[in-house]
Design a protein around this ligand. Structure first.
Ligand SMILES: O=C(O)CCC(=O)C(=O)O
Ligand SMILES: [Fe+2]
Length: 364
């Protein structure tokens, strides 16, 4: 029998640094079961159709914790317009981008320049957060503002980008479209966990909804064995789940259930969905928050546009009852999604970039 050689990588988690076993086998494409492509059209169908969809999503969430969605309802043209806006933003001189410097922001949003987040992260990012004023379902944004729920309320990121025609409109429109999709998916996840579909509705009225534009600069003449070409080191995402649009560059790698690296290659017309730590926690570890990373080993830029969905930041959540029985006592104490994110940033003394950029690794 051939024994598979393994190495170890370091992951930073809310409990400190943990070592994670990883196969040294060459990367491979996932099988259809490992990262399935799921047709989301039934999400607007009958309860029976939604339940059937939920069972597919349950299987994927319990397996690798990654799946592609097609017919997701986010218009392709809106995605392309957002990509154009992202490129225009990143193409500006650094001094312009620093108008919305993340570290000067009061609301944990704005621009992170290359090298300003974690070691070996070769990327620059624009980030925005939940804002009740642009939430299509928020009927009383002023009252939400008073309750401190609107986390973009000083308009810092929009004032500092007002010179870019259409930047705010397109970026907000894409964010709204993904918030709508995320809320529908939360209901499917409730079914997938064995609860009623409205189980999470009360805690998604002003949820964590952090959106990024990410630019991974190309690396000319990169040596094959160089370790400076990591786009994002190995990590898991912190909140409930992530909706990710990636361009055609490739480079997103996902750890399989057998600890092998899988290429989550771009598939036209799809978004990638992956489970985050908070949903793994609420599911009592039934759903998998899976380690992934990005390598941009190419001379060209890579762009990706993630959206991180959580619950209302102050809502204290316990492991869902359907995931608990005599043989499976709750593995986690109740906590809010917001507190988990703060624990993370406290642990590492990092800015709240971790809320949107998740955990990270130093060297691999
Ligand atoms: O750029 C990508 O494809 C993935 C980004 C990612 O994993 C993250 O921002 O957490
Ligand atoms: Fe991630």
């Amino acid at each position: 029998m051939i024994t598979q050689p393994y190495t170890q990588i370091e992951l930073l988690s809310a409990n400190g640094t943990v070592l994670r076993r990883v196969s040294t086998a060459p990367r491979r494409l996932p099988t259809d079961d490992e990262i399935p492509v799921i047709d989301l059209a039934p999400i607007d169908g009958s309860l029976e159709e939604r339940k059937a969809l939920a069972s597919r999503i349950k299987a994927a969430s319990e397996n690798t914790g990654f799946f592609y969605i097609r017919n997701h309802g986010v218009p392709g043209e809106l995605i392309q317009n957002s990509l154009m806006q992202a490129k225009t933003f990143f193409n500006q001189p650094l001094s312009e981008k620093m108008n919305i410097d993340f570290s000067a922001s009061k609301v944990s949003a704005g621009y992170h320049e290359v090298g300003s987040t974690q070691v070996n992260h070769l990327k620059e990012t624009f980030s925005m957060r939940y804002d009740s004023r642009i939430d299509p379902t928020c009927t009383d944004p002023n009252s939400a503002l008073e309750q401190g729920r609107s986390r973009n309320d000083d308009d810092y990121i929009w004032k500092g980008t007002s010179r870019l025609p259409g930047f705010r409109e397109v970026t907000v429109s894409f964010w709204e479209s993904r918030l709508t999709l995320a809320r529908k998916l939360v209901r499917i996840f409730a079914l997938a966990l064995g609860e009623r579909e409205d189980y999470f509705d009360d805690i998604t009225t002003h949820p964590g909804a952090d959106a990024l534009y990410i630019h991974y600069p190309g690396i000319p003449d990169v040596a094959a064995d160089s370790d400076i070409d990591v786009g994002i080191g190995s990590h898991t995402d912190i909140q409930c789940f992530t909706l990710l649009w990636q361009d055609n560059s490739g480079g997103l790698q996902v750890l399989s259930a057998q600890d092998e690296w899988l290429d989550a290659r771009p598939i036209e017309g799809t978004l990638v969905v992956n489970i985050g730590d908070f949903l793994q926690r609420l599911s009592n570890n039934r759903f998998k928050s899976t380690v992934h990373r990005v390598y941009n080993r190419q001379p060209d830029s890579r762009y990706s546009i993630p959206f991180f969905c959580g619950f209302n930041p102050e809502a204290v959540c316990k492991v869902v009852p359907s995931c608990v029985d005599d043989e499976h006592p709750p593995l986690y104490r109740p906590i809010s999604c917001g507190d988990v994110c703060y624990e993370y940033s406290d642990q590492f003394g990092l800015l709240l970039s971790l809320v949107v950029a998740s955990s990270a690794i130093s060297t691999f």
